[in-house]
Design a protein around this ligand. Structure first.
Ligand code: GRF
Length: 216
């Protein structure tokens, strides 16, 4: 097999998406190798998950820096010591500067708990309920300078049930995140997924604006 694709994961919290990625690489023949997990919070449980899996961890506390630019510059420096082909945001609760995003253009993925372009930002499940949406879901996208706005790679759609709460929706959406994020990362590692001038490309074809759509 050719060299695996080195991936650095950034997170701030629980890291259930990291866990899904770790589990998906456990097969031995995975094209994905998670070389490091970096958090801006030392108490992020995701760091423990990484340690348990024998993955290198680093903490870079944003509060120790004067401003976003300085933190992001240090973050780039730290990430690049691992020389990753792909950087994966998995619940990294920081807005990234334009310089950071440009540095990793075409090799920076994010997952967001809504059917983008709907509900950028926070409280997505409650907002979907408040709007009376019949469908909700999650999206993997390439990161560009627009917050939660880059070209979509894959979306998983779930029906909103009559008795759903924000919590029950979050639970079902999370299960879908754990399915589509490893899938997208694998595509990238296999060289099937890239960012073209007009959007995300899969197997040489421009993906639809919604990305690859999975309905449940
Ligand atoms: C997920 O809901 C993801 O969509 C969002 O942050 C959350 C991270 O969850 N970007 P976890 O830490 O992976 O459990």
């Amino acid at each position: 097999m050719s060299q695996p694709c080195d991936v650095v994961v950034l997170l701030s919290g629980t890291g259930s998406n990291l866990q899904a990625l770790i589990d998906s690489t456990a097969t031995g023949d995975s094209p994905v190798r998670i070389s490091a997990v970096i958090s801006n919070r030392a108490d992020a449980y995701g760091l423990q998950r990484a340690r348990d899996a024998g993955i290198a961890t680093r903490t870079l506390d944003h509060k120790a820096f004067e401003g976003r630019e300085a933190f992001d510059a240090a973050l780039v420096e730290l990430i690049d010591t691992f020389n990753p082909k792909l950087v994966v945001l998995a619940g990294f609760m920081r807005i990234l500067s334009a310089g950071f995003v440009r540095h990793y253009q075409g090799r920076l993925l994010n997952i967001h708990p809504s059917l983008l372009p709907k509900y950028k930002g926070l409280h997505t499940h409650q907002r979907a309920l408040d709007a009376g949406d019949r469908e909700h879901g999650c999206s993997v996208h390439f990161v560009t300078e627009e917050l939660d706005g880059g070209p979509l790679v894959v979306q998983a759609v779930i029906p909103v049930e009559l008795h759903d709460s924000a919590q029950s929706l979050a639970h079902r959406v999370h299960a879908q995140e754990h399915r589509i994020y490893p899938m997208a990362v694998r595509w990238f590692a296999q060289g099937r997924l890239s960012l073209g001038e007009q959007g995300a490309m899969l197997d040489g074809q421009l993906l639809a604006a919604s990305g690859h759509l999975i309905r449940n």
